[in-house]
Ligand binder design. Structure first.
Ligand code: NAD
Length: 450
């Protein structure tokens, strides 16, 4: 099929590459000229496993192309994806400026019937709004005879495994009451449904709410586990034992019950805020979700609070090694990352951060620039040079296996604060390290800071 995609971010670009890879002819449009120039040379603006090769292959095969010309895309695609950003507005609501702007632009170039597929995460009622804006523009331009169909097709990919999630989706939500639009989406996604039918059809509003409901459910599990972890610490229980104990119940399962220093990223925090806003505006506030958000705000500060407690004389002049800047592994995305709360709090206190991340170093430099209290180190172990303590914020595989003797030798205060519970407390204690995880029992170190 001929498909166009507006927006070449995480969602649009990965979706476009995945569709081209199964044989569709896909044209991507973005207003960011630099991004498009790079993509035309097969250079992706984001780091996602498998993405670069997929773009390269499909560009060379001629199934994938990139442009800044909206008009070309509207002529090309019988199906037009809208995958532009929906950033939070000041009141937390989703800012629909880009979605509605693109809609108007598409309608202005339309010369034949088109199906608009909303991939962006948008509040309930947006599909009707998109349809109304498109109709309005078509009527204004004397093209009232053209049909515009709007499908709500939310995206569930996870950054860090975006390509895999896109080519092996658990489910494909298609929100539309229009028979032709449903048939078009079924044809488009048929190559992704070979093992079983993954399409779930529903109305637009339910599809829109499904996306928010999924993120709300996952965020709730994380915040609940984090609260239980903090309680476990007070009670002298081990949250990792509790996690295994409850995860083995098939009704609960192991996903999204890892305690840690809070969730971040471009989706959970933003989507929670938007859903809370929608709920308040509709007169049906979500009290539970409000707490989920509040718990996360405070949880992101837990590693810093642990440091504060251990250094009652203050953190000024301290040098803190930091492993992990990205909000989660396998991405360079630092939007709302817990590492940022930690670094900013440490800087306010006058401490220096010596940081390493396998992917997010340039992103960190882009965000914070050059400053004396931020040292970006070439390797994980370089961060330990002259450091007083180590904090871990992201559970990268590269941090899993560590020489604890080396840590004990290098860290001046022999202190490790682990925001992701990566290690066995006994092993660190045996190496003479003081180890504080999230909700883990304290094991007295063989020697060192008491
Ligand atoms: P992004 O910010 O990475 O990319 C958006 C792109 O849209 C940018 O490249 C921007 O230049 C482009 N754009 C803006 N206005 C445009 C216009 N008028 N014409 C063409 N391009 C335009 O965003 P993203 O992370 O891909 O997210 C897009 C949407 O998908 C959001 O609503 C987000 O909530 C949702 N979503 C994101 C994820 C994720 O993991 N990132 C997952 C599921 C859903």
């Amino acid at each position: 099929m001929d498909v166009s995609v507006f927006g070449t971010g995480y969602v649009g670009l990965v979706q476009a590459a995945a569709l081209a890879d199964v044989g569709h002819r896909v044209l991507c449009v973005d207003i960011d000229e630099l991004k498009i120039q790079q993509l035309q040379r097969a250079v992706p603006p984001i780091q996602e496993p498998g993405l670069s090769a997929m773009i390269d292959d499909n560009l060379r095969e001629g199934r994938l192309s990139f442009s800044t010309q909206a008009s070309d895309a509207v002529i090309h695609g019988q199906l037009i994806f809208i995958a532009v950003g929906t950033p939070p507005d000041e009141d937390g609501s989703a800012d629909l400026r880009h979605v509605l702007g693109v809609t108007r632009e598409i309608a202005s170039h339309m010369q034949a019937d088109r199906t608009l597929v909303i991939k962006s995460t948008v509040p309930v009622g947006t599909a009707s709004q998109v349809e109304a804006v498109a109709r309005d523009e078509l009527d204004r331009l004397g093209k009232g005879q053209l049909a515009v169909r709007v499908v709500s097709n939310p995206e569930f990919l996870k950054e860090g495994s975006a390509v895999n999630d896109c080519i092996r989706p658990d489910r494909i939500i298609v929100g539309s009451d229009d028979e032709l639009a449903r048939a078009q989406l079924a044809e488009l996604y048929a190559p992704f449904c070979r093992s079983r039918d993954k399409l779930i059809f529903m109305d637009n509003r339910s599809a829109e709410l499904t996306k928010y409901a999924a993120n709300a459910m996952l965020a709730t599990r994380i915040s609940l586990m984090n609260e239980l972890a903090n309680l476990a610490e007070q009670l002298g229980a081990d949250i990792e034992a509790v996690r295994r104990g409850i995860g083995s119940d098939p009704r609960i399962g192991y996903h999204f019950i890892y305690p840690g220093c809070g969730f971040g990223g471009s989706c959970f925090p933003k989507d929670l805020r938007a859903l809370l806003h929608t709920a308040r505006a509709s007169g049906q506030p979500l009290r539970l979700l409000q707490s989920v958000q509040e718990v996360n705000e405070t949880q992101r500060l837990v590693p810093f609070q642990k440091l504060q407690k251990l250094y009652p004389e203050g953190l000024a002049g301290k040098s803190i090694a930091l492993w992990g800047l990205a909000f989660k592994p396998n991405t360079d995305d630092m939007r709302e990352a817990p590492s940022r709360c930690l670094m900013e709090a440490l800087w306010r206190e006058g401490a220096t951060v010596r940081a390493f991340d396998p992917e997010a170093m340039s992103e960190c430099r882009r965000l914070y620039g050059y400053r004396d209290d931020l040292v970006l180190c070439a390797t994980r172990d370089d961060t330990l040079q002259d450091a007083d303590a180590l904090v871990i914020c992201t559970e990268w595989k590269a941090f899993r296996v560590v020489d604890f003797e080396l840590l004990a030798h290098k860290l001046r205060d022999r202190l490790v604060i682990d925001g992701r519970n990566l290690y066995n407390p006994q092993q660190l204690a045996a190496a003479g390290l003081r180890y504080l995880g999230i909700g883990l029992p304290q094991v007295a170190p063989k020697a060192g800071l008491q």
